[in-house]
Write a protein that binds this ligand. Structure first.
Ligand SMILES: C[S@@+](CC[C@H](N)C(=O)[O-])C[C@H]1O[C@@H](n2cnc3c(N)ncnc32)[C@H](O)[C@@H]1O
Length: 395
């Protein structure tokens, strides 16, 4: 008979079952962190995937998985509003940061981690009274104390682990979410997606840059996420470019930017030699003027279907061949989240085979839709390499 130890978080109803002979951690709960306001849409979609909602605070949710998971079982979630997720191990309630850190290392002493990720749940809607989701002083203090008290056998501290908290692919991460300053929920994830490398999915940029607006961060994060094959000197058109933060990020990638917006652009961007401002609404520009443009970005404060109309007018003109799109779609009403599949379908219909959507950590009540189509060269190569039977059936 296998000896089992149950490290319980009785008050949370979550138990950590540890068969001692092989130290497999089994659990049946999942945690999710997200923007305040997106919880109902996440609950609805995860319920359709068979996950039963268990507990929530604004910006933090737990769900019961259909069956127990071990640490080695793959865990994936495909929802654009989920900023981070992992297996939920329980919670620690402590009066002081020192006591909290000691309890974490004691209660989860059976698991070895490569990285520690600590972050707070969002306390307000993104942008509400200037609230920006991300690290705060409580989370920084908890992180510092957890690191200081980490036993060497529990947190990989070998020399070949780079400093800092950005994880590498396949790292096993200990997640500590400050649901309240004295209530820490503990979880774990293995990094198999780009965004899981950052604590809480909060991608971080070089903030020493003198930003024209926070749109600089949003576009920098989007460019890091899409990982486009950008070549210096290529052209990008930006619909809704004022005051210019996003253009600033595009320019810093070596792109030549044509910004379209009836509003004023900041002098820092306006005077950049690679920036051209067309001071018009996008509906008033001549679409055949974009024949030399490879990339298009849009961030207009209009309804998503209107943004898609404006983009379609340009990308579907026969003279143009735009390779990739980054579109910010404003969800002025959270119910618009239900329309996301139809937005994706519409963009695929324009010939973009790789279409993705995600609420970036620097997005407000909006999502980022990214689309890429193969170059003519790649398409020709794919056709030539297709087996003859396959070629016949699709030609
Ligand atoms: C959220 S701001 C854009 C922020 C900008 N991307 C940046 O990096 O600073 C929205 C902008 O969309 C512009 N806008 C709204 N409708 C537009 C349209 N039809 N054509 C062009 N710009 C439009 C507004 O003038 C406004 O400057």
């Amino acid at each position: 008979m296998s000896l089992e130890r149950v490290v319980s978080a009785a008050d949370s109803g979550i138990a950590l079952v540890v068969p001692q002979e092989n130290l497999i951690v089994e659990n049946q709960f999942l945690f999710v962190t997200c923007q305040v306001g997106s919880e109902p849409t996440i609950k609805k979609h995860l319920a359709q995937d068979g996950l039963r909602f268990s507990f929530s605070r604004p910006g933090f949710l737990t769900f019961k998985l259909p069956k127990p998971h071990t640490l080695s079982d793959p865990l994936s979630l495909d929802n654009p509003f989920v900023r981070s997720f992992g297996l939920c191990l329980g919670k620690v309630v402590a009066e002081t940061v020192e006591a909290g850190a000691d309890r974490v290392w004691n209660e989860f002493s059976n698991i070895q981690f490569d990285r520690l990720h600590v972050w707070p749940r969002d306390r307000a809607a993104a942008g509400h009274r200037n609230f920006h989701p991300g690290m705060n002083d409580d989370a920084s203090a908890a992180e510092a104390t957890l690191l200081k008290n980490a036993p060497a056998e529990q947190l990989n501290q070998s020399e070949n682990v780079p400093a800092g908290n950005i994880a590498r692919r396949n790292d096993r991460v200990l997640d500590c979410i400050l649901v309240d300053p004295q209530e820490w929920w503990i979880g774990t994830h293995r990094v198999d997606r780009w965004v899981q490398r950052w604590p809480g999915g909060f991608w971080t940029a070089d903030e020493s840059v003198e930003m024209v607006s926070r749109a600089y961060l949003k576009m920098s994060e989007a460019l890091a996420w899409v990982s486009w094959p950008i070549k210096s000197g290529q052209r990008c058109v930006e619909l809704g470019c004022a005051p210019g933060g996003a253009s600033q990020a595009l320019l810093s990638h070596g792109l030549r930017v044509i910004g379209i917006d009836p509003a004023m652009v900041d002098a820092k961007v306006l005077t950049h030699p690679n920036f051209q401002h067309i001071r018009k609404r996008s509906s008033n520009v001549r679409v055949r003027d974009f024949q030399e443009v490879q990339w298009l970005t849009a961030d207009m404060n209009i309804a998503p279907s209107d943004t898609l109309d404006e983009v379609e007018r340009i990308v579907c003109h026969r003279a143009n061949r735009i390779r990739g799109l980054i579109l910010t779609l404003k969800l002025n009403d959270w119910n618009l989240a239900e329309q996301i599949p139809s937005y994706l379908e519409r963009v695929r219909g324009w010939g973009y085979s790789r279409v993705r959507v995600r609420q970036l950590s620097h997005n407000r009540q909006e999502v980022c839709l990214a689309a890429l189509r193969p170059t003519q060269k790649t398409r020709r190569r794919t056709r030539l390499h297709r087996p003859p039977t396959d070629r016949k059936s699709t030609d």
